[in-house]
Every structure is written in C-alpha cells, then in structure tokens.
Design a protein around this ligand. Structure first.
Ligand SMILES: [Zn+2]
Ligand SMILES: [Zn+2]
Length: 128
C-alpha cells in the first residue's frame, strides 16, 4: 500500500495518507495565495478516511495550520469527506504527484508559465 508521511515544520502536526490521491492540482486563487504566503498552492486530494492526522491544528475557514509553527498543512472540504493536503507538507520532496490541472489561472503570475499538458481552468474546476 502506498503511504505518504508529512507534517508541519515543528513536528507537532503529523499526517499519513494511504493509497493514491483522487487528484492533484495547483490553485492560483487569492485565498490560496494568502493562505500559503506563496503565489500558488499545490495540493493533492484524498478521501478523508484515508488520511490520519495527529496533533492539534487551528483553522481559518476550512484551512488548517499548526498553532506552534504556523505551517499550513491541509484543508477539509465541506462536508468533510475530502482532505486536501498541501504538497509541501510531505516529508519526501520532490514527490511523485504531478498536478493534473491548474485552477484560477487568471490569477497566475505573469512570469509563471502554464504547466504543459495540464488542464487550465480560468476559475474553479467545473462541477461534475
Ligand atoms: Zn508545527
Ligand atoms: Zn485556491
């Protein structure tokens, strides 16, 4: 079984994801920019019950971070059946989870080219 370990900078928050993610993406939206302090957010999504999280988190809306070191670690969808783990949270980096789509590309920095061969969405992913 493929297992991935991750957590925050100080180690108080740890997570373990079992099995392959449902999908992996990048988001350039303003909320992701501010939540991560970077110009885009890279994440992978698992069913909530495939990820074990230990350690207390604080959260703003659905985005969880470590109260000790401030690292952004994951976001929960509502209702909480999916968990979006920020790729930079994984211990093994560079990892093996290339994004398959980009969101909010209208907010992408002008100096940042689109990822080749990856679906480009102007805003959010179209709802199924
Ligand atoms: Zn921490
Ligand atoms: Zn976003």
């Amino acid at each position: 079984m493929e297992t991935r370990q991750g957590g925050c900078n100080c180690g108080a928050v740890r997570l373990q994801a079992e099995g392959p993610p449902l999908r992996t993406g990048l988001c350039h939206c303003l909320t992701c920019r501010k939540a991560t302090g970077s110009v885009f957010n890279a994440f992978a999504v698992w069913p909530r019950d495939r990820v074990a999280v230990t350690g207390d988190t604080r959260h703003w809306e659905n985005r969880h971070f470590c109260p000790g070191c401030g690292s952004s670690v994951f976001a929960l969808s509502e209702p909480e059946y999916e968990i979006e783990i920020y790729l930079g949270s994984f211990d093994a980096g560079p990892g093996d989870l290339p994004p398959v789509y980009e969101l909010w590309v209208k907010r992408r920095e002008g100096w940042l080219p689109p990822l080749p061969g990856v679906a480009q969405h102007v805003e959010d992913r179209p709802q199924p």
